[in-house]
Design a protein around this ligand. Structure first.
Ligand SMILES: [Zn+2]
Ligand SMILES: [Zn+2]
Length: 348
């Protein structure tokens, strides 16, 4: 076993503190990765605080991991020592169900095995990226482009693929009008991808202070959702709305902005359900779809795309001992747009 420094939550109500864990010795198909950066996802906070009711303690969060390969098992084909590597939201799945076979491991019929807060196939808890190293099967390990700043790459493994995958699924391209609802960790990546795919992009936000950032990120237009007149003018104008908002909100406020056949894509997870009257969908044949991260093949495609187009997340790099304050700031949306932990601070 490999002794590994980490930060963990011991319970839902206590702050994260230093923790020692053991990684498995790499098997024939495993890569061992020295973690360099790990992003801080809002779902880390939900799980640390047991807000989804399924938390396993002690919990080492973190599923936006980039690092360098320090060891490879004898059958590993795609990685060698010294390569950059990434790990996202899951580290295994059943590998045999129709979804796994189709490269949709995130929808595995028996459930993907989360990078943390899950049990592996031997029933042992998985521990995430707020740690100095991790051992993962190469099939669930991503290649990381070498031309990008690594701190900005880390959030691509969750925030990046969460927005890339649905925009690809619905086929966003030049000629489409896309609205991105909510400018946070997900929203800022959605703007970058939709612009890179050639769409005309409008940022929909309730906060006028986000206008300058939306433009800097590449959005062509900015619309204030609190302005009734603006919202009326935007009726029937978008092919797609990518809804990244995790605060309570009413889908019905935004559905009228969709054109005939328009689609709202939900990737945010509000704590309360939204009720949609059938007529709001029947009229103009609008639809609402959801999307969860992306499979391994598509996550690799996304990382390669980011390498080619120089796309990274906008980040604020922090030391590990700032993590509890960082959580408070995430809850206040006081970060532009993702905290990323410099794991060197954990090795001190
Ligand atoms: Zn995440
Ligand atoms: Zn499966």
């Amino acid at each position: 076993m490999i002794a590994t420094k980490a930060y963990a939550a011991q319970a839902a109500t206590t702050p994260l503190t230093p923790f020692q864990l053991e990684r498995r010795n790499p098997g024939p198909h495993d890569v061992q990765i020295e973690i360099l950066y790990c992003g801080v996802c809002h779902s880390d906070i939900h799980q640390v605080r047991n807000e989804w009711g399924n938390s396993i303690y002690p919990m080492v969060p973190g599923h936006e991991i980039v690092g360098r390969v320090t060891h490879v098992g004898e059958h590993v084909k795609n990685f060698k020592v010294g390569d950059l590597a990434g790990v996202g939201c899951f580290v295994d799945s059943c590998r045999t169900c129709p979804n796994c076979q189709a490269g949709l491991e995130q929808y595995c019929d028996t459930g993907m095995i989360g990078t943390y807060n899950a049990l592996d196939k031997e029933g042992k808890p998985t521990y995430g990226g707020y740690s100095t190293q991790i051992v993962v099967d190469e099939k669930y390990t991503l290649k990381v482009p070498t031309n990008l700043p690594l701190s900005g790459v880390a959030p691509l493994l969750c925030a990046g693929i969460t927005t890339y995958s649905p925009l690809r699924y619905v086929g966003v391209k030049k000629g489409h009008k896309v609205a991105v609802l909510g400018l946070g960790g997900l929203g800022h990546m959605a703007v970058k991808f939709a612009v890179a795919f050639g769409a005309e992009v409008t940022m929909l936000s309730s906060s006028p202070s986000k206008k300058a950032d939306a433009e800097r990120l590449g959005a062509h237009h900015f619309a204030l959702t609190s302005d009734k007149q603006t919202m009326q003018q935007l009726a029937n104008s978008f092919d797609f709305i990518l809804n990244t908002v995790s605060a309570p909100h009413d889908y019905n406020t935004y559905l009228p902005l969709l054109r005939t056949n328009g689609t709202m894509i939900v990737v945010g997870v509000p704590p309360t359900p939204s009720q949609v009257p059938a007529f709001n969908l029947i009229a103009n044949r609008r639809s609402i779809i959801g999307s969860l991260i992306g499979g391994i093949k598509e996550t690799q495609e996304m990382l390669d795309f980011c390498g080619e187009h120089n796309i990274v997340s906008d980040v604020e790099v922090i030391d590990i001992d700032y993590i509890n304050e960082a959580y408070e700031r995430v809850l206040k949306s006081d970060v532009r747009y993702r905290f990323v932990i410099d794991i060197a601070s954990l090795k001190k």
